[in-house]
Design a binder for this molecule. Structure first.
Ligand SMILES: *[C@@H]1O[C@H](CO)[C@@H](O)[C@H](O)[C@H]1NC(C)=O
Ligand SMILES: *[C@@H]1O[C@H](CO)[C@@H](O)[C@H](O)[C@H]1NC(C)=O
Ligand SMILES: *[C@@H]1O[C@H](CO)[C@@H](O)[C@H](O)[C@H]1NC(C)=O
Length: 301
């Protein structure tokens, strides 16, 4: 016991206790931060990033596109950090523990979010959040974190290299804004996500999308509305080159950043607004593919 207990604690205590910590500790703290944000004035525009940190005064460290040996992944936000050298440019050997702090300083997510996501990722990859490191490409183990029907990547079945930007899909996102000045809205995102789910179901014989991955998908897509404020002139370099434009800072200017609770107020309406999930379009796409497969089989025979 004297030996085992400290070892277990140092190993992060496994997922059963993990669930309790998340619901019983992390979410209440998140709610406190949300209230704190409500009660304190936001940072002034241009002052989100503290002095001495990358991006202060709108100056991001130099952008260098990835080389052949650099590790990249399906997430534009993390790739952009590596392209600017905020994460190692190689995209390799990143301690899970470091990731949260750097994401917070770059995008102004709340500390709770920045603990939750890398911790979740470490658990999914069977690694230890406190001690282990990862390469960006490790995050693309299919159906752990990476999943089908991405807005900016083809499905892994079509191309296992999920670090590769699918420019034709990106252009679709950039053309989809129906808000003021062509900004992206929640409705636009629901529509785009629905289209991609239908398409993937139709074209990808290995398509799958568990509920947790649906929520994941609408969460990372919602980053474009929250952190980027839906603005296409910022989203264009971010999505096409995975670059943070000069002078850019997070549109979330709260002192404690974007809490999970506040994020949910965008993510849930986006996910629940996906019409293709209820009007039968996804099932119909599945039947379509089935009959095409049968027809092809007959032609071959
Ligand atoms: C959300 O992010 C994951 C991991 O980067 C990616 O695999 C997935 O396709 C993304 N979802 C959407 C809807 O873009
Ligand atoms: C839309 O984007 C423009 C700049 O691209 C910005 O000035 C404007 O405030 C945005 N509108 C809304 C409603 O966010
Ligand atoms: C956010 O939404 C998720 C998914 O519905 C839920 O599990 C979680 O409890 C919510 N968290 C907060 C802090 O609102």
């Amino acid at each position: 016991m004297a030996v085992v207990a400290p070892k277990r604690i140092s190993q992060g205590l496994g997922s059963s206790i993990g669930g309790f910590l998340i619901n019983g500790v992390l979410f209440p703290i998140d709610l406190v931060l949300f209230l704190f944000n409500l009660l304190t004035p936001d940072h002034k525009a241009g002052h989100v990033i503290p002095e001495g940190h990358p991006g202060f005064g709108g100056k991001w460290p130099g952008y260098v596109p990835p080389g052949d040996d650099d590790s990249r992944c399906s997430c534009p936000a993390l790739n952009a950090m590596a392209n600017h050298g905020i994460l190692p440019h190689s995209g390799r050997n990143i301690p899970f523990r470091e990731l949260g702090r750097l994401v917070r300083e770059t995008y102004n997510f709340a500390p709770t979010f920045c603990f939750f996501v890398p911790n979740y990722a470490a658990n999914m990859l069977n690694r230890n959040y406190w001690k282990d490191s990862f390469d960006l490409a490790d995050l693309d183990a299919h159906n752990c974190i990476e999943h089908d029907a991405s807005l900016v990547r083809v499905d892994a079945n079509e191309d296992p290299d999920q670090g590769k930007i699918a420019q034709h899909l990106v252009e679709r996102v950039l053309a989809a804004g129906t808000g003021k000045n062509g900004n992206l809205t929640k409705k636009d995102l629901s529509r785009l996500l629905g289209e991609r789910r239908v398409e993937s179901k139709q074209n990808n014989p290995k398509f799958s999308l568990a509920t947790v991955h649906r929520m994941f998908g609408s969460s990372n897509a919602s980053t474009m509305l929250t952190i980027f404020g839906g603005r296409m002139d910022d989203l264009r370099p971010f999505l096409t080159e995975e670059r943070l434009p000069d002078g850019w800072e997070s549109r979330i200017r709260h002192r404690m950043g974007l809490t999970i609770f506040e994020f949910n107020t965008t993510v849930l309406p986006v996910e629940l607004g996906i019409r293709a999930e209820v009007d039968g379009a996804i099932e119909a796409a599945g039947r379509d593919r089935y009959s095409q497969t049968v027809a092809q089989g007959k032609k071959k025979a």
